[in-house]
Design a protein around this ligand. Structure first.
Ligand code: 3PG
Length: 413
């Protein structure tokens, strides 16, 4: 990648794309967790100190969702975090925004409005990213209007690196696309645990995004990265069903999540890599919000809704985590928001936190849990990515990363 080290920013106007999509209270609009804002501090502070005029583009949520709202509060939080006034402009391509941009002084920071308020940003055709070229995106009004105002495009939005949207890649048609400090850190840590981890390497995968997790499992087992996979959450339920367990009503949950087709995928993985995939030996059932532990038995149907892994499983998984040199975790082990079912998630996170191995966790849910239990600071790397981290670990090409590579080829000479 091109990095901030490759350019001089004195007197330059830069457009900086970040991902500060945060959990928000839909009633008060208060930002509930500012981790993603804290994580872009280094890039912004460095650009300010090096004399750049910094214009930030970002999104919050998606059209149609309750937390799809303005970036006004993000600007306040960002000002507090960087210790400098961030000017919030409530639009992106109109005269007000362009005048604000043109009138900036060195070291000024402007945050423009939620870029997804503009339909061009969220066109469904950007999904088929292999078919889109930056040229096509560069033809959008968003990019055509804004690009003449800037010298450089800096991308620090790792958490959105799996999206091929104009503000994420389109500017690269007109100017060098440079990785920000967070982007550099995320890609270097995640590449290491994917390509060259210290062994034994354990992947701990839970949560409800089971199809994404199963893609990760397939990749890290096929390329020999992982020595063990510890499954929990919905991911575990799918493997248990694939092994012939009768999970009763938990099958409905899998149906409702549209994940039935994953059972076949799990079967194939078990055939090939069975000894490397661990499944729970016991679970915690939710009976009127009370935790009832139940051992799993192939001849007995599970009696209720599984909300966590059981104590024997926790101990067994902790033992494996303890001896690992690399641990990568994504997705909670259970419904940790309910106190009675937080145990699995908390205990596995504790084991990860105290382990001597290099630890990486990803996904909004698990990072939120790590914060909640006060363990985040003991984890070596808490990724800002959700879907992006999973796609990366699944070995997929991420549009933003591919464009950063292209830009390197184009401009390094
Ligand atoms: C995320 O939260 O994973 C990123 O901000 C991307 O958001 P999206 O899934 O709405 O594109």
């Amino acid at each position: 990648f091109l990095t901030l080290d490759d350019f001089n920013f004195e007197d330059k106007r830069v457009v900086l794309r970040v991902d500060i999509n945060c959990p928000i209270d839909p009633n008060t609009e208060e930002i509930l967790d500012d981790k993603r804002i804290r994580e872009i501090k280094n890039t912004i502070t460095e650009l300010i100190n090096r004399g750049a005029k910094v214009v930030i583009l970002a999104h919050q949520s998606r059209p149609g969702k309750k937390d799809f709202t303005t970036l006004k509060n993000h600007a306040k939080v960002l000002s507090r975090i960087i210790g400098k006034d961030v000017k919030y402009v409530d639009e992106v391509i109109g005269t007000t925004a362009r005048e604000a941009i043109v009138n900036m002084k060195n070291g000024d920071v402007v945050l423009l409005e939620n870029i997804r308020f503009y339909s061009e940003e969220v066109l469904s055709e950007w999904k088929k990213w292999e078919d889109i070229t930056p040229k096509k995106q560069a033809e959008t009004n968003l990019i055509k209007r804004l690009s003449p105002l800037f010298d450089y495009f800096i991308n620090d939005a790792f958490a959105a690196a799996h999206r091929a949207q104009p503000s994420l890649v389109g500017f690269s048609y007109y100017m060098p696309m440079i990785a920000g400090r967070l982007m550099e850190k995320e890609v270097s840590v995640l590449s290491k645990v994917l390509e060259n981890p210290e062994k034994p390497c354990v992947y701990v995968l839970g949560g409800a995004k089971a199809d994404d997790s199963i893609r990760v499992i397939k990749n890290v087992l096929e390329n020999g990265t992982a020595d063990k996979i510890l499954t929990s959450g919905i991911v575990a339920n799918i493997f248990l069903i694939a092994m012939g367990y009768d999970l009763g009503i938990n099958m409905n949950v899998i149906e409702n999540l549209g994940l039935v087709n994953q059972i076949e995928v799990a079967k194939r993985l078990l055939d090939k890599f069975g000894e490397k995939i661990e499944v729970p030996v016991d679970v915690a059932i939710n009976v009127d919000d009370e935790r009832i532990e139940e051992e799993l038995d192939k001849n007995k149907k599970v009696s209720g809704l599984i909300n966590d892994i059981g104590e024997k499983t926790i101990k067994h998984y902790q033992e494996i985590i303890k001896n690992a040199k690399t641990i990568v975790a994504n997705g909670p082990a259970g419904v940790f928001e309910k106190e009675a079912f937080a145990k699995g998630t908390e205990e596995l996170l504790k084991a990860i936190a105290v382990s001597n191995g290099f630890s990486v966790i990803g996904g909004g849910h698990l990072s939120a849990a790590a914060e909640l239990f006060g363990l985040a600071s003991q984890i070596d790397h808490v990724s800002t990515g959700g879907g992006a981290t999973l796609d990366f670990l699944a070995g997929e090409k991420l549009p933003v990363i591919e464009m950063l590579k292209e830009s390197y080829k184009k401009y390094k000479e």
